[in-house]
Design a binder for this molecule. Structure first.
Ligand code: MN
Length: 730
């Protein structure tokens, strides 16, 4: 087909899609392309212009809008001919010029790459540079046409192009949901990269083809008559198989061709969604469906907006086959992905901002998010690519480097090597000298100008200019290392200043026990290390001194508390000493300086429950609460007063104990021995016999606490024949 014929076909396609289209503008573009590329030939020997016409035609096949089709027609003019962007803009308007410019810029990305990471960066760069998705669509179609005609170039170029296509273009097509282009590109790459494997697989499939096709044809004709009966207009296909995807499955899943290719597939394309479900019913009636294999992607579209009904059935001779049922609209989306998007905007202004278009596409992705795994993968890459806050720039060697948006040539220099950054004196961006605070743009080629080693080093201002944390830390590193002495001096000064500001002295704050943990916590080997860090500004003197100051305050507060407590304690002791000296170890509530004595009748000892009795003229006498005398004294007169034992009592008290026992010759000796065993001094002891023949022993001992008394009483009780032990009251 010659060029003009192809062009006539293209016009029909455009008009079919958009009867209002401005065909005169398309004619003008065709004329311009023919004239501009007049001298050029393709490798095949044909006139070059058949390439842009083919690209425009493929874009029209995808129902792209007129601007995209015309931009496709003109896509190689600015790069390869004398035409300028201004010419395009003047003749075709801003939008078309913008698209042509986008495609032209992408040509400057050096696509040869060896590493996977680089390929990923290149793809990202590609997306971020193409500010309009239509630019990518044109670029993919351009590449597809070049791949289709790759037989005319030499083998080396074939391999280079095919590899580049597989690494950069097919993943992009995949992400944009442009399945049809992706599959064709993959098969073409496969053919050039692994020609033997490709040929072998093709032959194998060919051998089975007859059998397969006969089987499919049988199913399709059965189905055709049933659909005719139901009055449904449909296109029926045996689904095409893609060699590369079969090859990939065989390799990655380690399967034979039979295992993969055995599943036959058909596709039914109808006009309405209603018909999709009707066809599903007809198929399920004609063939037995395999349970669990039905998927309704119409009700629940895939995240990339793919919609279809999938079901697997048992066909003739018990052979299973898969059926996909969809509308034409769904078919377009399945094949063209994001490119199908422009159809939805039909009748509306195409010149919506590209951000709107991107946003709508991404919103669609999220709205239809059902299959989470798939969705997150897809949406993730989209978010990253379309709302990137990264810039992608080139090294002089064509390597891609990624930086946070807003990065400068300084960031770039440090990403190459610290030494480059430290010796940097200037930068060239796209061949022109730029200031160091120039903001890098995606696609920039950056070259760093350095002075000979050792260089003068970075400036402190750079810390405020750079964006990447890598550059920041490397610059700080330099100051830490190269300006150590200076930093230490600055650091010391700053610390001293701060101490003075807080109104303290060095001696008050710079205490070893506070500084050492601080050094250890921040992994400083010495005070100088820390002064260094403070000196060049990584840690503020305020922060460091502040932490010492808070320790100091804590200590001050603690000191005060301790001293207060001590004072209170002392006061108490003094009080008690006085009480002790004046009262024999008893404190009288509410009365200071009164005369107190322990009663001789019941001899209370510390620990005993006691009560005071206000005597006439002889102060307060202290009795045990169970003293019979006090009980009789309290009657009629309110002269009782609360008393308590002072915490610190006097050292010895005299108590009297009475022991009652049945006749026992050794009792007297046993008691004396027990008192001695308890380490107590016996003041008096005497024994007598009662009329009813009990032995009674009264003893007077000196004790220092109630505990001693209790212990003594317990031991005396254990003496043989003792029946009772009691405190005696005179
Ligand atoms: Mn081209």
């Amino acid at each position: 087909m010659d060029c003009l014929q192809e062009y006539e076909l293209l016009k029909q396609k455009v008009l079919k899609h958009d009867p209002q289209a401005d065909i005169s503008l398309l004619d003008k573009a065709y004329g311009l392309a023919c004239a501009a590329h007049k001298e050029q030939k393709r490798k095949s020997g044909e006139p070059f212009v058949i390439h842009p016409v083919a690209v425009a035609s493929m874009l029209a096949d995808m129902d792209m809008d007129l601007a995209t089709v015309i931009a496709g027609m003109l896509h190689d003019t600015v790069e390869d001919t004398d035409l300028t962007l201004e010419d395009i803009s003047a003749g075709f308007g801003h939008e078309i010029a913008y698209l042509v410019d986008g495609v032209t810029k992408l040509k400057h990305i050096p696509m040869t790459t060896k590493e996977e990471l680089q390929a990923e960066n290149l793809r990202k760069m590609f997306l971020s540079m193409a500010s309009d998705i239509r630019v990518i669509v044109i670029k993919l179609v351009d590449r597809l046409h070049n791949m289709r005609t790759l037989q005319y170039v030499n083998t080396d170029s074939q391999i280079t192009k095919a590899r580049e296509t597989l690494e950069i273009y097919t993943p992009l097509a995949h992400r944009l949901g442009m399945t049809k282009i992706k599959w064709e590109l993959e098969d073409l790459c496969f053919k050039y990269l692994e020609p033997e494997e490709y040929a072998r697989l093709e032959k194998q499939i060919d051998q089975k083809r007859e059998e397969q096709e006969a089987y499919i044809a049988n199913v399709l004709s059965e189905l055709r008559s049933k659909l005719d009966e139901a009055g449904i207009e449909a296109r029926l296909d045996g689904r095409p198989k893609h060699l590369y995807s079969i090859h990939r499955k065989m390799v990655t899943q380690n399967k034979t061709l039979e295992q993969i290719y055995d599943l036959l597939a058909i596709r039914v394309i109808v006009n309405t969604v209603q018909e999709c479900y009707t066809v599903l019913g007809i198929i399920h009636e004609a063939y037995k469906p395999i349970p669990g294999r039905f998927k309704d992607y119409i009700a629940m579209p895939k995240p990339n907006m793919y919609q279809s009904l999938h079901t697997t059935l048992i066909g003739p001779k018990g052979k299973p086959f898969e059926a996909q049922i969809r509308t034409w609209e769904m078919h377009r989306v399945a094949e063209n992905g994001i490119a199908a998007h422009w159809k939805y905007k039909e009748g509306r202004d195409y010149r919506a901002t590209d951000t709107d278009i991107k946003l709508e596409w991404v919103r669609n992705l999220f709205d239809n998010q059902k299959d989470i795994d798939d969705a997150s993968e897809f949406a993730e890459t989209f978010k990253m690519d379309l709302f990137t806050d990264e810039v992608f720039v080139f090294t002089p060697k064509g390597e891609v480097k990624v930086f946070p948006a807003g990065s400068t040539p300084i960031d770039f220099a440090y990403s190459i090597h610290s030494a480059i950054g430290n010796r940097m004196t200037g930068a060239k961006v796209n061949g022109e000298i730029k200031p160091l605070n120039y903001k890098l743009k995606t696609g920039d080629f950056v070259e760093i100008i350095t002075s000979p080693p050792p260089g003068r080093g970075p400036s402190r201002d750079w810390l405020g200019i750079v964006k990447s944390s890598e550059a920041k830390s490397k610059i700080k590193q330099w100051f830490k290392k190269e300006r150590r002495d200076e930093n230490i001096e600055r650091g010391k000064e700053a610390v001293e200043r701060e101490i003075r500001r807080l109104g303290c002295t060095q001696a008050q704050l710079m205490r070893d026990e506070w500084i050492q943990p601080h050094l250890a916590r921040h992994h400083f080997g010495s005070m100088d290390d820390m002064y260094n860090v403070i000196g060049f500004g990584d840690v503020s003197a305020q922060k460091f001194v502040g932490s010492l100051y808070s320790e100091y305050q804590k200590e001050q507060a603690a000191d005060e508390t301790v001293q207060n407590a001590k004072k209170i304690e002392q006061k108490k002791e003094q009080d008690q000493d006085r009480a002790y000296s004046e009262s024999g170890g008893v404190i009288v509530k509410g009365l200071d300086n009164c005369l107190v004595r322990l009663s001789r009748c019941c001899n209370p000892v510390p620990g005993d429950s006691i009560v005071g009795y206000i005597t006439r003229g002889r102060g307060v006498s202290v009795h045990r609460t169970d003293c019979p005398n006090i009980v009789s004294m309290s009657e009629g007169e309110n002269r009782m007063i609360d008393v308590r034992w002072a915490d610190k009592s006097r050292s010895s008290y005299v108590v009297q104990i009475g022991v009652k026992a049945v006749d026992s010759r050794t009792l007297f000796m046993d008691i004396v021995k027990t008192v001695a065993d308890c380490n107590l001094s016996m003041l008096a002891i005497n024994a007598r016999k009662t009329r009813d023949n009990y032995e009674l022993v009264d003893l007077t001992v000196e004790i220092s606490s109630r505990d001693e008394l209790d212990r003594l009483v317990r031991r005396i009780r254990r003496i043989e024949n003792v029946v009772d032990v009691s405190r005696t009251v005179r």
